[in-house]
Write a protein that binds this ligand. Structure first.
Ligand SMILES: Nc1nc2c(ncn2[C@@H]2O[C@H](COP(=O)(O)OP(=O)(O)OP(=O)(O)O)[C@@H](O)[C@H]2O)c(=O)[nH]1
Ligand SMILES: [Mg+2]
Length: 329
């Protein structure tokens, strides 16, 4: 299963800076609107400490985390749906995504021009106006798509599956300055603007400085700014939550790996994410809970404690299940 998240927002709000931080892919971050001309796609591993534990336990050769794909497009402007700016052309890339990350400027910096060229005054009010512009453009783009679908006289079953932009879950990413990172009052006001969507607070500039750092170094660095949580991890977690996703794990000497599945997926469906043959020829799944495995220290000990279960076709997968599938092709 391929999780894809599209980054949208006005020009110059820090989308590419954030994208770079996420992927270290080197997308162009520059102080002029439309620095991003081609859509950039980056693949980001999903942080999962359980994999580290398994890797040690199995003395594994290779660790393969689950991944999330991020798509960075040019900023949308007012009138984007009518062809203003470059935004409309890129909305197609967002349609393929399952979730939207909406980046909103909430930092003050007179050197970085706002999309509307207005001076920075009231962060809260300007953030609200900016959000409204983007959401209106997404709405208008959907209306255009709907009109096109309706214009086609014959009902095409494929039309039922049009991925409308406004139906996608949105995670708001407020690009705050250093003070904003710990300003609870500002954060709760910004969160209120977008309720019930999830809001995450990040300083893209600081994230840029952290690129290339290890997870532990990031934690230390953020702590020195009084920040206890890692916004990039929060973003990926939020995407998992809003899309109702979870991970199961496979472990062995050759490879330890995390796989993304829907909550509520059955064992054969989970097997199908590894290989369609696994689903078709599914016989049973040998499953233990990650916590049991960690507590008992080895697969052998788990088995001896009677905590290794054999599950059949109707088993509903749980987050952190460590699985071995038995199948017949
Ligand atoms: N002060 C400050 N500047 C930032 C921050 N984030 C980004 N910038 C600067 O703002 C400018 C624009 O950043 P980009 O990441 O290119 O913005 P973008 O949203 O991708 O813009 P477009 O691709 O043109 O839509 C760059 O000069 C960044 O260095 C921030 O948190 N604080
Ligand atoms: Mg950009």
């Amino acid at each position: 299963m391929n999780l894809k998240i599209g980054i949208v927002g006005l020009p110059n709000v820090g989308k590419s800076t954030l994208f770079n931080a996420l992927t270290n892919a080197g997308a162009l971050a520059a102080n002029y609107p439309f620095a991003t001309i081609e859509p950039n796609v980056g693949i980001v591993p999903v942080p999962d400490e359980r994999l580290d534990v398994l890797a040690k336990m199995y003395e594994t050769d290779k660790v393969v985390p689950a991944t999330v794909e991020f798509v960075d497009i040019a900023g949308l402007v007012q009138g984007a749906s009518k062809g203003e700016g470059l935004g409309n052309k890129f909305l197609a890339h967002i349609r393929e995504c399952q979730a939207i990350c909406h980046v909103v400027r909430a930092f003050k910096d007179d050197d970085i021009v706002r999309a509307d060229n207005k001076p920075e005054e009231d962060i809260l009010k300007q953030a609200k106006d900016d959000i409204d512009i983007i959401n209106l453009e997404l709405q208008l783009a959907d209306e255009e798509t709907r009109a096109k679908v309706n214009a086609k006289k014959k009902k095409d079953p494929a039309d039922e599956n049009i991925p409308y932009l406004t139906e996608k879950p949105v995670i708001y990413m407020f690009n705050v300055d250093e003070n904003g990172l710990t300003d609870q009052d500002l954060q709760s006001k910004l969160q209120n603007l977008v309720k019930p969507s999830k809001a995450i607070f990040i300083n893209a500039k600081l994230e840029e400085e952290m690129s290339g750092m290890s997870r532990e170094e990031r934690k230390e660095f953020l702590k020195s700014y009084g920040v206890e949580h890692d916004a990039l991890e929060e973003l990926i977690k939020a995407a998992y939550d809003t899309l109702n996703l979870q991970s199961f794990l496979t472990a062995g000497k050759k490879e330890c790996r995390a796989w993304t599945i829907k909550k509520g997926a059955t064992a054969p469906e989970a097997a199908g994410t590894i290989h369609t043959d696994f689903e078709r020829g599914f016989i049973a799944a040998s499953i233990c809970n990650f916590d049991d495995l960690q507590n008992y220290g080895s697969e052998k000990a788990v088995r001896e404690a009677g905590k290794l279960r054999t599950e059949g076709k109707t088993y509903i997968m749980q987050d952190g299940d460590v699985v071995e599938f038995k199948f017949n092709v």
